[in-house]
Design a protein around this ligand. Sequence first.
Ligand code: ADE
Ligand code: ZN
Length: 328
Amino acid sequence: MPKAELHLHIEGTLEPELMFELSKRNGVSLRYDSVESLRKAYDFNNLQDFLDLYYEGANVLLHEQDFYDLTMAYLKRVHEDNVIHVEMFFDPQTHTVRGVEMKTIVYGIHKALVDAKEQMGITFVLIPSFLRHLSEEEALDTWEQLKPYLSYFGAIGLDSSERGNPPTKFQNVFAKVKEAGLKVVAHAGEEGPVDYVWDAIDTLKVDRIDHGNRSIEDPSLLNKIKQEGLALTMCPLSNLSLKVVSDLGDHPLLSLMDKGICVTINSDDPAYFGGYLAENYLQMSNALDLTQSQVVQLARNSFEASFVDDETKEKWYSQLDQYVQSYK
Ligand code: ADE
Ligand code: ZN
């Protein structure tokens, strides 16, 4: 089925094999002596457990070619899953704190996106995200560093350790982002409370919510999300791996969809969570016993919730309809 991926951290697509290759290429040592021992460490109790390893893994990324290779490997992989559009996060601060220049990161990722569009027809929106465990001052400094490249970006995001780092901590920097005419997204209600989803909407004025699992706890919040036409980019295998849900059968995706919320399926950090986009669809479909029309609705939602123009969306809806017809 043709579909879009709207919640994907490029650093979270770094497979152990490429991590070792880059560690050798760049002379950056790793704490693990083999791909197997590294993979064994992918046993997380919570978001922070994962983030510690994810930031450590990103240390092997130094040069433009590294960011290119990482991005191209992901795009080639999801082309097999029939992903036709991707809205991709990257974490500038993860790299700039190590002395990597902003242009190295942006050019490396962007070149791969442009090449993949030419070679495979995959379209894209690129989304730098501020790390919420750092200060707003550091986010403001990063915003200044991003400014020369704003034409490369379709939105700005907020990610990393959620608990104790509410969206309100970043209200000044996101006011500047909005002023510059960029869209805003934020991770909210993954591990953090329902209040953080409210804050993301009321204070940051988000255009979409990443995860948003905990929204299910608050009917008035669900009304607000519907009223504002906000979509939730949900990540089932990530939620299972980080113990946001204890079983995929308990995932709120279907209940939210039944309540009329525009929810989408995404892979978040597929190298760490055991599956790329199609695998997320497949495992959710099995766990929640989804009907064919519900699965098709999820793909349609991925187009509806994307940041492209209406004409492009209409084209994708027809493409999806054609695919469904070919199966009847
Ligand atoms: N960065 C990468 N993946 C993330 C997630 N699931 N939550 C918050 N920050 C992240
Ligand atoms: Zn995420």
